[in-house]
Design a protein around this ligand. Structure first.
Ligand code: PLP
Length: 397
C-alpha cells in the first residue's frame, strides 16, 4: 500500500525510545529520576480550575467560533498590549489547540513547495517536522555554545536567499534557555525586513525568565517587522496548563484569516471549556507566577553549579525556560562496561541503563554533543539525579 510521500517524511520522535525504556523500568519498580519533562511540575492554579467548573455550570459547552470565542480573543489582545506592547485587533488573533497547533497552522498558511524556513540549531524538535508538514524545506542555522546558542548575524545573512520564506525565532529557547536582547532582535529584524522574511516568533516561555531578564517580542520593535511577524504563544507553560491545549497566534490579518479557514475544517474550535478557563487565566491575578519562577531559578542555579563541578561536564547558565544543555563532548569515546559512549543517544541510553536517570539526547535538537536536562522537577529529585550522573561519569573509562 502506498502511503503519502509527504507524510512519510515526518520523523517519529527521537525521544520515544528513551521514554519507552524509562517507563518500562518504572513499571518494573525501578526508582527512575527523569530530567525529560517538557512541562512545569506545578498544578494549574485553582482559580483557573474553578473557571472550567463554571464553564460547565453555565453550559459553555457548545461550538464556539472556529478561531476561538470573542471574549478570549479580547483577553489575548489586551495581554499582547499589556505584556508585549503590541497592538492587534481581534481579527488578527487565532486560538488553537496549543501553541504547537498555532505553529502548524502558520506553516500551512504561509508555505509553498520550495520555500525554505531557517531554523536555528539547537531547535525544538517539532520545528523541522511542522515545516515539512507545511510543504516547506527546513534549513538549519548552526549556533555556537560560546555565542550563547544565538543566531550569528553574518551567518544568517549568508543563509538568506530568494527561497527563504521564514525564520523561526524562539526566545526564551527550548532547549537552550537563551534569551535575545533588544539589540540582537533589532539586527535580526533588519535582515527580515530587508529580505521580506516572515518571522515566526515562538514566545511560549516568555513568563519563565530569571535574573531580572525581560522578554521582548521582536514584533514590538517597529511596524515594519510587526507586519512580517507571527507571534506564537499560549497558556501551557506560563499557567501550567499543558493538558488544556490552548495556544494562540497573532499576526497579519491575511495570514490569520487563512489559518482560521484551515482550522475551521481541521479541528473547528479548541475545547470550549479550556477556552473559557484560559480567558480567566489571562485576565486573572498573576502573582502565583513569581513564586514558581523563584523555585525554577533555585533549581537552575543548583543544576548549573553542580554540572560545572563535575569533571568532564559543563553547561551555560540559561536565562529562561526550564532546561539546561549539558555539554558531554569530553566523554564521547569513553566506555562503561565495554560500551562506548558514541554520541548523545548512547550517553542517554547508558545513563538510564546504569544509573536510572532519564535525559533527552541532544541529537533530538540537532546538537549531538549535548544532553537536555529539564529542571521542572523537585529539588530532591534533581539532587538525586545529579549525584547519580556524577557516579556515572566516575565509572567511565
Ligand atoms: N514551543 C516550544 C518551544 C515548546 O517547547 C512547546 C512545548 O514543549 C510548545 C511550543 C508547545 O506548546 P503547547 O503545549 O502550547 O502546544
Amino acid at each position: 500500500m502506498e502511503l503519502s510521500k509527504r507524510a512519510k517524511k515526518i520523523s517519529a520522535s527521537l525521544t520515544l525510545a528513551i521514554s519507552a525504556k524509562a517507563n518500562k523500568l518504572k513499571a518494573a519498580g525501578e526508582d527512575v529520576v527523569s530530567f525529560g519533562a517538557g512541562e512545569p511540575d506545578f498544578n494549574t492554579p485553582e482559580f483557573i480550575c474553578d473557571a472550567a467548573r463554571e464553564a460547565l455550570e453555565i453550559g459553555f459547552t457548545r461550538y464556539t467560533a472556529a478561531s476561538g470565542y470573542e471574549d478570549l480573543k479580547e483577553a489575548i489582545v489586551q495581554k499582547l498590549k499589556r505584556d508585549n506592547n503590541l497592538d492587534f485587533n481581534k481579527d488578527q488573533v487565532i486560538v488553537s489547540n496549543g501553541a504547537k497547533h498555532s505553529l502548524f497552522n502558520t506553516f500551512q498558511a504561509i508555505l509553498n513547495p520550495g520555500d525554505e524556513v531557517i531554523i536555528p540549531v539547537p531547535y525544538w524538535l517539532t520545528y523541522p517536522e511542522t515545516v515539512k508538514m507545511g510543504g516547506g524545506t527546513p534549513v538549519f542555522l548552526e549556533t555556537k555554545e560560546n555565542e550563547d546558542f544565538k543566531i550569528n548575524i553574518d551567518k544568517l545573512k549568508d543563509m538568506v536567499n530568494e527561497n527563504t520564506k521564514a525564520l523561526i525565532l524562539n526566545s526564551p529557547s527550548n532547549p537552550t534557555g537563551s534569551i535575545y536582547t533588544k539589540e540582537e532582535l533589532k539586527a535580526i529584524a533588519k535582515i527580515a525586513v530587508d529580505n521580506e522574511i516572515i518571522v515566526v516568533s515562538d514566545e511560549i516561555y516568555e513568563k519563565i525568565v530569571y535574573d531580572g531578564n525581560k522578554h521582548i517580542s521582536i514584533a514590538s520593535l517597529n511596524d515594519d517587522i510587526k507586519k512580517l511577524t507571527v507571534v506564537i504563544n499560549g497558556v501551557s507553560k506560563a499557567y501550567a496548563m499543558t493538558g488544556w491545549r490552548i495556544g494562540y497566534a497573532a499576526g497579519p490579518k491575511e495570514i490569520i484569516e487563512v489559518m482560521s479557514n484551515i482550522q475551521s475544517h481541521a479541528t473547528s474550535n479548541p475545547n470550549s471549556i479550556a477556552q473559557y478557563a484560559s480567558n480567566k487565566a489571562l485576565r486573572g491575578d498573576h502573582s502565583f507566577m513569581e513564586d514558581r519562577k523563584n523555585k525554577f531559578s533555585e533549581r537552575r542555579d543548583y543544576m548549573y553549579e553542580n554540572i560545572n563541578s563535575i569533571n568532564e561536564l559543563s553547561c551555560l547558565k540559561p536565562g529562561g525556560a526550564f532546561y539546561i544543555m549539558m555539554n558531554i563532548s569530553n566523554v564521547i569515546g569513553k566506555k562503561i562496561d565495554g560500551n562506548t559512549i558514541k554520541d548523545s543517544f548512547s550517553f542517554a541510553d547508558n545513563l538510564l541503563e546504569y544509573k536510572k536517570v532519564a535525559v533527552i539526547p541532544g541529537v533530538a535538537f540537532g546538537a549531538d554533543n549535548f544532553i537536555r536536562l529539564s529542571y521542572a522537577n523537585s529539588m530532591e529529585n534533581i539532587k538525586k539525579g545529579l549525584n547519580r550522573t556524577q557516579e556515572f561519569i566516575n565509572n567511565l573509562k
